[in-house]
Design a protein around this ligand. Structure first.
Ligand code: ACO
Length: 316
């Protein structure tokens, strides 16, 4: 059984804030942010725009793209660490919003690796024969948990959602060929929130050791890519499209230099959306939405808090 992507969709908040529109008190500049990160703007959720509402809109677009009805979905896996409520899961809110009353819906908390983790889980359910059609979503509202007085982290993040429909198909060579997810909790203090339900009874704010995150991301992107190539008897030239998590364009350019991949094969759209955590990979895939279904070998790479990291190979 193969898990074949058949639809993509995204959703963004209405409000877009360019670097030079950030609060003056931050004492930052468009030049600093562009040079150090590649980010030019980010979308920020207003009242009424939530992780679930963005996820629902992205899911509806993905279903429309796939030309299937919500009733065909029997699994929703949603990567997020900025859910609407402590419980129920944001996935169940999306399920309700879509009018789906069958199957299962749950969240995955892997921070910026959320979409890759969610794909790995949905693909496994399909390959086990437990699921026929899955919605895989990454949706975040990081603007709610950034410390708006910490210029070294708040300028990096944005809000948004992306979704993919995966369908079980037999007798095809298309679909998810490989996925590998990893974590090492020993690094948890490098990227963490200052609170949580069981500790402070509030969500807290992002606290980050930027330089450690940067080094680890370059190392793990490269390690994951090499493992994926080795495990699939591929060389870097066999990759037709590389979609890394969009954390910092300098991280991605280091990966390009180390791996030797042709730059034109690597998707970078961090300038438009900043780092949207679990939403970043589907927001990047949407850039090639029309060509996606005949792209060849597509490699997704993620890295996030935990630390968590992972890779996926899709052949279309
Ligand atoms: N505007 C202006 N100046 C700033 C800003 C800002 N927004 N932020 C920091 N600075 C200043 C610092 O105060 C420091 O000033 P000083 O030299 O006078 O002390 C100077 O810029 C350099 O600071 P560094 O922290 O050394 O800057 P660096 O080049 O490491 O860039 C950054 C910081 C962008 C955070 C980088 O480390 C990074 O991108 N790390 C990866 C973090 C990341 O991607 N996190 C996302 C979450 S995890 C994930 O998605 C994988």
């Amino acid at each position: 059984m193969n898990s074949v992507p058949i639809g993509l969709g995204i959703s963004l908040p209405q409000k877009c804030i360019k670097n030079n529109e950030l609060p003056k008190e931050l004492n930052t500049s468009d030049e600093w942010i562009v040079q150090r990160t590649g980010i030019s703007q980010r979308y920020i959720a207003s009242e009424g725009e939530t992780t679930a509402s963005l996820a629902t809109q992205a899911a509806l677009k993905a279903l429309e793209h796939a030309k299937i009805s919500p009733q065909e979905i029997d699994l929703i896996v949603l990567g997020t660490v900025t859910g609407d409520y402590t419980f129920p899961s944001t996935a169940t809110i999306v399920q309700k919003n879509l009018g789906i009353t069958q199957g299962a819906a749950f969240d995955i908390a892997a921070a910026c690796s959320g979409f890759v983790y969610a794909l790995d889980v949905a693909d496994s359910y399909i390959k086990l024969g437990k699921t026929k059609c899955a919605l895989v979503i990454g949706s975040e509202t990081f603007s709610k948990i950034v410390n708006w007085s910490d210029r070294s982290s708040c300028v990096l993040f944005g809000d948004g959602a992306g979704a993919m429909v995966l369908q079980a198909q037999e007798n095809t060579d298309r679909g998810i060929k490989y996925s590998n997810i990893c974590s090492d909790g020993g690094y948890l203090n490098h990227l963490i929130t200052t609170g949580g339900v069981s500790t402070t009874q509030n969500a807290g704010f992002i606290k980050m050791n930027g330089q450690e995150v940067f080094k680890f991301a370059v190392e793990k992107f490269n390690e994951s890519l090499n493992k994926l190539l080795k495990d699939n008897n591929m060389t870097i030239d066999d990759v037709d499209l590389l979609v890394p998590h969009q954390a910092n364009s300098r991280i991605i350019h280091k990966l390009i230099a180390i791996s030797g991949i042709e730059e034109k094969k690597v998707l970078i759209n961090i300038d438009k959306y900043a780092n949207t955590s679990a939403a970043s990979i589907p927001l990047a895939l949407n850039e090639v939405k029309d060509a996606f279904f005949s792209m060849g070998n597509i490699v997704l790479l993620s890295m996030g808090a935990g630390f968590t990291w992972g890779s996926v190979l899709i052949r279309l």
